[in-house]
Design a protein around this ligand. Structure first.
Ligand code: CP
Ligand code: NVA
Length: 308
């Protein structure tokens, strides 16, 4: 069976734990090495990953490329608009062609159904590099970052502030799988996907949805936010106004535990979802989080290739 990672549930909790452990080991084993030097075992030697981007990317693009190099393989970027996909070639045909040409596919798309269709027709692993619905690879890096900071996942209290978007959906999925709790402070009309909330609760995670930012942050171990306007969305004035009370600033961080950390998948909009004081504070580990995209990506790829 070809392994795809469209959402975290495709891997499951045990595999995610294995990914995080492998990422910690591989990261430690290459400390101080030149960034593109392959790991000693070169587990993906001779393998190539094609990356399809229908939306912009800095971290996902560079970290997947570096991950493949560090695993001994290589990657190529396909900007959707300059491929035949941009001229209407079907996802199904693209999936079948790429399956003959490359060893794995990563897709970032505006429509989750396109990633699902790619996986349906591909005979090589398909990895979701962000859709309108979810961002699973980001959350593997986030969990790695949380654990690196000495915080155990079971029972952890994670506060989300702002838009109930694709990143929050994947956090909720992770909460169910890894047994931590989420308090999401979002304005009316910007709740996370109800299916992700229900699934997390079914798996035993405590999920509180509140309109009160302070209630969301109270006693949190980890405080997370993201842009108020995701790629492909309009900069609607009413949305920005609705989000304003959910800014992560110093007053809000004081509601969390004194040793709470701040995460943001980036890119950040300083002065909107996060204040400069919090973003630049010692509690902010956003650049560790960004670096961890490489280490998480490597584990995800190894899992997809059946090597984890
Ligand atoms: N966090 C994240 O996915 O960043 P990019 O959009 O730069 O890939
Ligand atoms: N929610 C953001 C995440 C960017 C990495 C977006 O979809 O644009």
């Amino acid at each position: 069976m070809t392994r795809h990672l469209l959402d975290l549930g495709d891997a499951g909790g045990n595999a995610i734990a294995a990914m995080i452990n492998d990422a910690i080991d591989r990261k430690a084993a290459r400390l101080g090495w030149p960034k593109a030097r392959p790991d000693a075992d070169r587990p993906l030697e001779g393998r190539v990953l094609a990356m399809i981007f229908e939306k912009n990317s800095t971290r996902t693009r560079v970290s997947f490329d570096m991950a493949m190099r560090q695993l001994g393989g290589s990657s190529m970027v396909m900007d959707a608009s300059s491929t035949q996909l941009g001229r209407g070639e079907s996802i199904a045909d693209t999936a079948r062609v790429l399956s003959r040409l490359v060893d794995a596919i990563m897709i970032r798309t505006d429509d989750h159904a396109k990633a699902q269709e790619m996986a349906q027709y591909a005979t090589v692993p398909v990895i979701n590099g962000l859709t309108d619905r979810s961002h699973p690879c980001q959350i593997v890096a986030d969990l790695l970052t949380i654990i690196e900071q000495g915080k155990a996942l079971p029972g952890l209290e994670l506060a989300w502030l702002g838009d109930g978007n694709n990143v929050l959906n994947s956090i909720l999925e992770a909460a169910g799988l890894m047994k931590f709790n989420v308090r999401a402070g979002t304005p009316q009309g910007y709740d996370p996907d109800a299916g992700f909330v229900a699934a997390a609760r079914d798996l035993g995670a405590k999920v509180i949805l509140t309109r009160d930012a302070n209630e969301a942050a109270a006693g949190a171990d980890v405080v997370v936010t993201d842009t108020w306007v995701s790629m492909g969305q309009n900069h609607a004035a009413e949305k920005l106004a609705a989000m304003a009370p959910y800014q992560v600033n110093s007053a809000l961080m004081r509601q969390a535990k004194p040793d709470a950390i701040f995460l943001h998948c980036l890119p950040a909009h300083i002065g909107e979802e996060v204040s400069e004081a919090v973003f630049e504070s010692p509690q902010s580990v956003v650049f560790d989080e960004a670096e961890n995209r490489i280490h998480a990506q490597k584990s995800i790829l190894l899992w997809a290739f059946g090597l984890l």
